[in-house]
Design a protein around this ligand. Sequence first.
Ligand code: ADP
Ligand code: MG
Length: 706
Amino acid sequence: MDPKTPLSQVTGIGPGLLYKLKRLNLNTVQDLIYHFPFRYDDFSNATSALEAKIGESVTLQGEIWSIQNIYTRSRKIITKAIFNDGTSPIELTWFNSSWLTKQIQTGDRLQVSGKIAKYKSKLSIIAPRWEKLDTEKQLPTRQVGTQSLHTGRLVPIYPETEGLSSKWLRTKIDQLLPQVINQISDPMPDEIRNGMLLLAPAIQQIHFPKDFEQAEKARDRLGFDELFFVSLATQKARLEWSKKPLVEPLKIKLDQLDQFIKKLPFELTSAQQKVLKEILEDLKKNQPMNRLIQGEVGSGKTVVATIIAYLVHKNNLRTLFMAPTEILAFQHFETLSTLLAPFGLTVGIYTGSKKFTRVVIPRERSDHGNLPRTGKIASLIARNDVSLPDIIIGTHALLSEKLSTENVGLVIIDEQQRFGVEQRTLLRGKAKIPHFLTMTATPIPRTVALTLYGDLDMSVIDELPEGRQKVKTYLVPEKKRLDSYKFIAKKVAAGDQVYIITPLIEASETLSTVKAAKVEFEKLKKIFPDLKLDLLHGRMKGTDKEHVIGDFRSGKTNILVSTSVVEVGMDNPNATIIVIEGAERFGLAQLHQLRGRVGRGRKESYCLLYTSNYSSDERRRLKYLETTFDGLRLAELDLKIRGSGQIFGTAQSGRFEFKIANFSNITLLEKTKQAAKDLLIQDPTLDKYPLLRAKLQEIASEVMPD
Ligand code: ADP
Ligand code: MG
């Protein structure tokens, strides 16, 4: 067995388990041993039932005196055992675990861990972890807290999935780790490791630390690795990108640009002007630009990109514009044709499902500024004949088809999940490359950008065009729920539309207090019997989704019950209320983005937050939204409050996976970045560090424009 051995070849792992492991993205032995615990239960405190204090987490060894299932009147099953460690009998209680009586019998010797409670004047442990003791080895010879896996120690708790418990993961890791640990070599050069743990002991200790200090040291090392390798990958990509020859240097005629900008139906915000300047600086360099524009939805990113596209056109080059969905592609198509057709540019759209390209032939410009008044749709042309448009907007179809990328001077990528992948696909086999401009509405804190997007230059549009309204935001106490339903009914009667967002699609057993779209939909239909409600979630078929979205846009639907899928691309200026259930389950930045679905028209808009988590910390967190309307600021707060973890959602997914890296430590981040830079200066090809290079290849495929 070696780290690369697929889990399918491990004895005892059948198809059922494989499927579950896949859900956790665990496919090889290495994946499994890199599946780190996110916390530990401290059961190292071995004591006796007599000495144990109420509320204390303890580990006890003793004998089962009796065990039985009790069926309550509400048809629940409680398993109760009397356990004696020789000092005082104590009750063990489990819920819905009737199978336990098959595994544990009277007379068995057990080691149990859990929190001591007093229940009906009896000492008890609710749902203790347990492990059978070898009856041969009697108590006195077995030292509590040394040899057991699930109890009597710092017990690692892992990210789980249904049917795959921490107990199972712990057992497997404990079994597999010794078989491969010696084959793990450390790719980190000593001078960079700088006194931190070696890799193998770090992996060993993150799973099975003797104490919290060991666990901490392991985390330091493994967290550093994540940051360092990604830094190295992005820095290397940056280096290689800068050496690629450009398709054709651009000549920037400022007066042409000025003219174009003057004729826009609005003045650029100063943030837009600042970003435009940054881009122009890039373009002067005669190196391919690789820049990310970050700015909230509606901050005017597309307009800036359009200005650059115009400039590119003036150099007799074309622009490709890639959108994440067909709906967004059409929205962009309308925006860009409105802006560009009056200047004589042809704009085409090219998506997967529509087997044609639509081209807008320029016509008199309309005076409606940003209204999607497109020019005449002059012709439908055959699918591969896209030589005509100066700008082609499309979906991923732009990548998969044999589009001619000749004379393409600029590629604009809007809101892609996997920044590097699109680039690589587009550039495959190309000796010369165009400028790249990527746009995202996901706020990325500076500390994160430093590492995660180290291959890109960043521009931030941190200001919205004038006249945009703030969405009135309230954290609503549960007792006011009825009032808010009345408020909704009143607003709908006045013609407004409403989003109601839930964290889940379907009701979940393990998350019984969390609202699910399907359930909520049925409930709300009864609450608003006279209104037209509709349901939207990510597991629906594409065409069904489009239908629901279409009905909501056109005003046919009053209330749209949805999961957070509405985050991207939903634009309905008539929607004025968004209710968010289970707000505790979302990051602040994500809540802010959801809130951005309303307040898009002239009417005053509202965001009503509900939470079933009444802790004061959580309330304080959510209350930030009542007063803070800056997405980036909120993302930074997320980082502070929750640590890095999973909060980056879309920004992170598909690019790199971070399990334990800590993005709140700016000094550390700057250090890793510098270390990566220095190493590359000293050895750009990493010839001296073959292990490091191999490691890099493993993770770098996302960012390397090869
Ligand atoms: P983003 O791409 O960041 O979501 P867009 O560029 O699509 O934003 O702009 C959103 C809307 O705001 C569009 O209707 C656009 O015409 C308009 N807009 C953009 N910049 C300005 C500005 N400086 N002043 C007024 N309206 C603007
Ligand atoms: Mg946009």
